[in-house]
Write a protein that binds this ligand. Structure first.
Ligand code: C5P
Length: 253
């Protein structure tokens, strides 16, 4: 990494140029929440999130989802294809939580029919949302605005909707035997030089998903194995992330 050209830093990752058409992601121990207003570092976080992202990229590729993942040259780094990043973040929700609940309680939105109004209420059939990626504060965007800004065509939005739903179904299915519920997640997409839209960034990590323990959920409690532990100050992030990773690995043997 010392001889690679530094490109930029995200909230938890540093990005380096590896070649004209590949990048190296370095997963750090940094964590941020609330648009960067809350910050910290946790030992081992970089290594655990890198391994979890690798775990899911391999499963998704095996299931026919096109992704930018190539390989992990070290325990905290990932070699990926360089893409032209689509400037929207894509959120899939299976259960009510986070900013959806907040926006509902603030009276900013009405919920789709049949959706309960508590944290943990099921969203029948799931729902997709889009937010801005390159603005200081993430803002929900309607598909009309995405199209009129020239960020995606209507067909591309449909393609991304389908791909994101498939990603949800694959990860949710894999998690059933680990006793974990996938409540929601965020993904990003990018275009290859030949214009194909493929999965970018990281996927399936506790930084970008909400994971709930199924046994607790069935008793009426939400027990998080994700960044909500940090957002809500309800435990040690490394302990929660390690517990998630151990459950995934057990599932795999
Ligand atoms: O905060 P919100 O409820 O909108 O988040 C939905 C999901 O997307 C959560 O799993 C959260 O961790 C993830 N997310 C993310 N990066 C963002 C915003 C949300 O990974 N910038």
């Amino acid at each position: 990494k010392e001889n690679l050209k530094y490109v930029s830093s995200g909230k938890a990752k540093d990005i380096y140029e590896n070649s004209n058409d590949t990048l190296i992601f370095e997963f750090t121990d940094r964590v941020t929440a609330f648009d960067g207003k809350k910050k910290s570092e946790y030992n081992e976080k970089g290594e655990i999130t890198c391994k979890i992202a690798e775990y899911w990229f391999k499963i998704l590729e095996k299931n026919g989802i096109p992704t930018h993942y190539i390989e992990c040259p070290t325990p905290t780094s990932m070699l990926v294809k360089r893409l032209d990043i689509v400037p929207v973040e894509v959120i899939w929700r299976n259960y009510m939580a986070g900013s959806l609940l907040r926006r509902y309680l603030a009276g900013d939105i009405t919920l789709p029919q049949g959706v309960g109004t508590e944290e943990g209420s099921l969203i029948p059939g799931g729902m997709i949302e889009f937010t801005t990626k390159f603005e200081a504060v993430d803002r929900p965007v309607a598909t009309d605005e995405i199209i009129s800004n020239g960020w995606l065509s209507e067909e591309e939005i449909e393609y991304i909707r389908d791909l994101t739903k498939r990603i949800n179904d694959i990860i949710s299915q894999e998690l059933t035997s680990s006793g974990i519920i996938l409540a929601d997640f965020k993904v990003e997409y990018g275009r290859t030089p030949d214009g194909e839209i493929i999965l970018a960034d990281e996927v399936g990590t506790p930084d970008g998903c909400r994971f709930w323990k199924k046994d607790e959920f069935e008793k009426g409690f939400i027990a998080s194995l994700d960044k909500d532990v940090f957002r809500k100050n309800i435990g040690d992030l490394t302990v929660a992330y390690r517990e998630l990773f151990n459950k995934l690995q057990k599932n795999n043997i």
